[in-house]
Structure formats: structure tokens, C-alpha cells
Design a protein around this ligand. Structure first.
Ligand code: HEM
Length: 492
């Protein structure tokens, strides 16, 4: 009777308003934060904080308002941002068993599908991380294959720099050189810098990093089911990745043709052997699709990050020529001009080592790392974090933490030197992140960056192109990259 009266007294407009109020109430109840949940900007109904930029600069600003642990919400997806050395250490190192899984990020899930290593979870991730670590150790460190490859590649790199007539942008050459060191481990071969097909693959991958950092592409995470049917940067990202994975599939087919399980030449061969061994354990995830994604993981995670670090390194050397001279003096003293740098030299070159560390500290190459999620309810600082909440560590805020660094925003190799010029480690140096999901390729990256940097400064002096303004302000992609610059190289 009462419902009947209510029905009769409501017109169409009132029903719409009632329906909207019902949805609003459902949204509020669904997204209600538990008590003692970290504070954050006020979320809009249904949308949350979807209009908040997700780059590290915006996160630094929000941390100043809400503190070192604050919350955001994209649609219904809750996330926590942690800043500063103490809190990031608490999350990634002290609670290493809790923030260990990757959350579901639709923009990346479409490509990585939770396979491979970087975006996988649970047993699948553990078996792939173990396999990847073993492969890198075997081919990289024990057999010294990696060091020999980097040394060989640095000859090609220096020759390509020398062949440039006049000022040039080093990006393409550095990307090619770095990717070749990883290609040797993955495909057992390097690619010529003029190989058009491979260059196209590198360009596509470079674009992916650029697109993935834009707000427009990240909007896809808010409503993938709808945006799948609309054009936009996310479609370009997917198309690029599909072309890259096609290339990887081709390489795998070629490997299968002459694969000899007793003589693994590279990652693909070793993986094919692992697939045979793990046939009875499908949950370990060793299959062809996962191999494609694993190749993408290594190539992608390693090339853009290490090549960008080198680009920042050369930029800092041009900006601070007196520091460049001191690095060259150390190279001349320890290595000389008659042989190539090797990994063992690093221990005798504290100044160069300190300069490279300072380049990595100040350049913020992967400023927000990759997101993780909590596998159970926990407490972080004074706040309650429910199971399944995404968490991002603002690595940039650690590398610039005023409580940890004497001159946080100034290029100062002294951060990594003792009073008598010896190298000193710093706890807050976390460009490779920390904890169980820390970078798998740290040792490889350190070798690549050291050997290329030392080889380049052994052979050349770097200066800016005429009329070039060198800016230390970078561009925010998924990585943080220097603005394009042109440089001159002078043989020494
Ligand atoms: C200067 C170069 C590099 C930097 C700054 C860097 C930095 C990072 C960071 C910050 C993470 C995220 C860790 C986290 O989630 O907490 C990561 C993950 C990863 N990196 Fe690197 N990286 C570099 C080079 C490399 C190289 C050369 C490789 C391999 C060839 C590599 C392979 C990986 C992999 C596989 C992961 C995912 C690990 C996992 O989920 O278990 N990285 N890296």
C-alpha cells in the first residue's frame, strides 16, 4: 500500500534522482575507508581521484600536504603512496613478505597478462625470478660472457660516436648499444646499429615508455571495458607492444629450429630446456607465451633504464666539465689508454663510481618503481592498510630525502665519498628499489653503465652543441628522461 502510494506520487525525474542517490550511497558504502586508513585528497563520487596526476612530482606535492603515507583512489581501486627513506624502507624491507605482489593494472595486463616475471605473482613469479636470476648469474657473472659482450659493444659504441660529424643526439646510439648487451643474453646475438627492423622495434619500445607515462593513457586503468572500443594513446601502446611481441615470437621460432638442450646459447635456449623439465608442473608457468613475456621483461626493463642513465650521465658531464676532467684523470691513472676498462677496475676508481652513483641518485630514472600490493592486512607507520591495497614507493623521494642527503638536489659525488676519497655506500641509495621485488638486473645494469661510461670518457671529451641550452629538468615518461640534447665529442 505504502509502496503503491510512493510509486504514484513519483514522476520520472524523481525516479532518476532516487536512482542516482542510490548509486551514490552504494559508491560511498563500497569505497568506505576503514578506520585509521591513510589520509588523502577528497575523492569524487564514482571517479575517485582520477584527475590527480600520478607522476612523482605530483606525489611529492601531495606528500607535503598529507604526509609520508597517503591514499588515492582511481575509480574503486585504492592505492597508497609511500615517501621518504624511513617509510619506504619500512614497507619494502621490514615488511618484505607483505608488499610482494603486483596489483592488476589494466594498461599493462593487456600485454603482460600476469605472465613472465615483472608482472606475475605467487609460484609463477617465484619460479621465473629464480630462473631469471640463475640465467643472469650464469651467463653474466660466472662465464664472464656479459663483460666480454659489453667490452665488445663499447668498441662499436665509441666508433658510432666517432663517426658522427658535428653535434648529435646520442639517444638512438646509446639505446642500440645497451639493448645489444641484453640481446646477447636473450637471443645470443647483437644487432647492427643500422638494422632497420631492430631499430624499429627499439623505437616502438621507446614510444611505449613515453605513452605509458601520460595521464591520457593511464585513464585506461579507470574504465578499460569502455576505452577498449575508443581510439587513444592506449591503442597505440597496445599496437606497439603487439609488434614487439611478434618480433619476439619470431626469435623463439628460429631458436627452436636449432635448439640443443646440452648447449644453451642464451635465455631462450635455457627457457626451452626449463619448459621440458617443468612439463609436469604447469603452475610454474614455463610455456611459450610466458617465454615471450619473459623476453619482453628483460629487454624492456633493462634497455630504457640503463640507456637513460647513460644519457643523464653524459648530460651531467657536460654540465660539470670539472667533474668530467676528474673522472678522466682517474681513468688515465687506473686504466690508461692502452686497454679497455673491465669490471675489476671499478674497485680502484672510487671517484668514477661515486659520480655514477650520484648520476643515478639525481636522475630518478624509475621514480615510482613498479606498484605492489599487500598480501594481508597490515600496519604501516600508524596507519592500517587492508589486504589487496596497491602501494607505490616514491623512490625519487628517497633519493632526494633531505634527512639522508647533505645536498639533496645538487649534483655532488661527495655523497658517496669518505673524507679520504674512498667510496662509501649509502643506505638511502635505492634507484633499483629494495625488498623481494627489487630490480633483478641490478648487477647487470651496474656493469653496463660502468663499462660504457668509463669507455666513453676514456676515448672522448663531451661538450654541448653550439647554442645548446643544457637543462637538468627532464621529461616525465614512465621513466624520467633528459630533454633531447645535442652534444659534441672530441677524441682524447
Ligand atoms: C639503470 C638501470 C635500471 C634501473 C634504475 C632499474 C630499476 C628497477 C626498479 C626500480 C624496479 C622495480 C622494483 C620494485 O618493484 O620494487 C625494477 C624491476 C625489475 N628490473 Fe630493473 N632497473 C634497471 C636495469 C635493469 C636491467 C638491466 C634488467 C635486466 C636485464 C632489469 C630487470 C628488472 C626486472 C626483471 C624487474 C622486475 C623484478 C620483479 O618483479 O621481481 N632491470 N628495476
Amino acid at each position: 500500500m505504502f509502496l503503491h502510494l510512493l510509486y504514484d506520487s513519483f514522476d520520472f525525474k524523481s525516479w532518476i534522482i532516487l536512482f542516482f542517490l542510490f548509486l551514490l550511497l552504494a559508491d560511498i558504502i563500497k569505497n568506505r575507508s576503514p578506520s585509521n586508513y591513510p589520509p588523502g585528497p577528497w575523492p569524487l563520487p564514482f571517479l575517485g581521484t582520477v584527475f590527480t596526476k600520478m607522476d612523482f612530482r605530483s606525489m611529492n606535492k601531495l606528500a607535503k600536504i598529507y604526509g609520508n603515507i597517503f591514499s588515492l583512489r582511481v575509480g574503486s581501486e585504492k592505492m597508497i603512496i609511500v615517501s621518504g627513506y624511513k617509510m619506504v624502507k619500512e614497507a619494502l624491507v621490514t615488511q618484505f613478505d607483505i608488499f610482494v605482489e603486483r596489483p592488476h593494472v589494466p594498461l599493462f595486463h593487456k600485454i603482460f597478462k600476469g605472465l613472465g616475471l615483472k608482472m606475475s605473482n605467487g609460484y609463477w613469479w617465484r619460479t621465473h625470478r629464480k630462473f631469471g636470476g640463475l640465467h643472469l648469474r650464469l651467463f653474466g657473472e660466472e662465464k664472464k660472457i656479459l663483460e666480454n659482450n659489453i667490452q665488445q659493444e663499447s668498441v662499436y659504441l665509441c666508433d658510432a660516436f666517432k663517426a658522427e660529424k658535428g653535434p648529435f643526439n646520442p639517444m638512438t646510439i646509446l639505446n642500440s648499444a645497451v639493448s645489444n648487451t641484453i640481446a646477447c643474453l636473450t637471443f645470443g646475438q647483437r644487432f647492427d646499429y643500422h638494422d632497420e627492423y631492430y631499430q624499429r622495434i627499439l623505437r616502438l619500445d621507446n614510444e611505449c615508455f613515453q605513452i605509458a607515462g601520460t595521464c591520457k593513457a593511464q585513464l585506461y586503468n579507470f574504465c578499460p571495458w569502455l576505452l577498449d572500443y575508443f581510439p587513444g594513446p592506449h591503442q597505440k601502446l597496445f599496437s606497439n607492444y603487439f609488434q614487439i611481441t611478434d618480433f619476439l615470437r619470431g626469435e623463439i621460432i628460429k631458436h627452436k629450429e636449432d635448439w640443443d638442450p646440452l648447449n644453451p646459447r642464451d635465455l631462450i635456449d635455457s627457457y626451452l630446456t626449463e619448459m621440458e623439465k617443468k612439463k609436469s608442473d604447469p603452475k610454474a608457468g614455463f610455456n611459450v607465451e610466458s617465454l615471450v613475456v619473459s623476453c619482453l621483461d628483460l629487454i624492456e626493463a633493462g634497455t630504457e633504464t640503463s640507456a637513460t642513465t647513460l644519457r643523464w650521465g653524459l648530460l651531467f658531464m657536460m654540465k660539470y666539465p670539472e667533474i668530467q676532467k676528474k673522472v678522466q684523470a682517474e681513468i688515465d691513472k687506473v686504466i690508461g689508454q692502452s686497454r679497455q676498462p673491465c669490471v675489476e677496475d671499478r674497485a680502484d676508481m672510487p671517484y668514477t663510481d661515486a659520480v655514477i652513483h650520484e648520476v643515478q641518485r639525481l636522475s630518478d630514472v624509475l621514480p615510482m618503481g613498479f606498484p605492489k600490493k599487500s598480501v594481508k592486512d597490515t600496519k604501516l607507520g600508524e596507519y592500517f592498510i587492508p589486504k589487496g591495497t596497491s602501494i607505490s614507493a616514491n623512490l625519487s623521494s628517497v633519493l632526494h630525502d633531505p634527512d639522508e642527503w647533505e645536498t639533496p638536489d645538487t649534483f655532488n659525488p661527495g655523497h658517496f665519498l669518505t673524507e679520504n676519497g674512498q667510496f662509501r655506500k649509502r643506505d638511502a641509495y635505492l634507484p633499483f628499489s629494495a625488498g623481494k621485488r627489487a630490480c633483478l638486473g641490478e648487477q647487470l645494469a651496474r656493469q653496463v653503465v660502468f663499462l660504457f661510461f668509463a669507455s666513453l670518457l676514456q676515448r672522448f671529451t663531451f661538450s654541448k652543441g653550439p647554442g645548446e641550452e643544457l637543462s637538468l629538468e627532464g621529461e616525465i615518461w614512465f621513466t624520467y628522461v633528459p630533454c633531447p640534447y645535442r652534444m659534441c665529442v672530441t677524441s682524447r
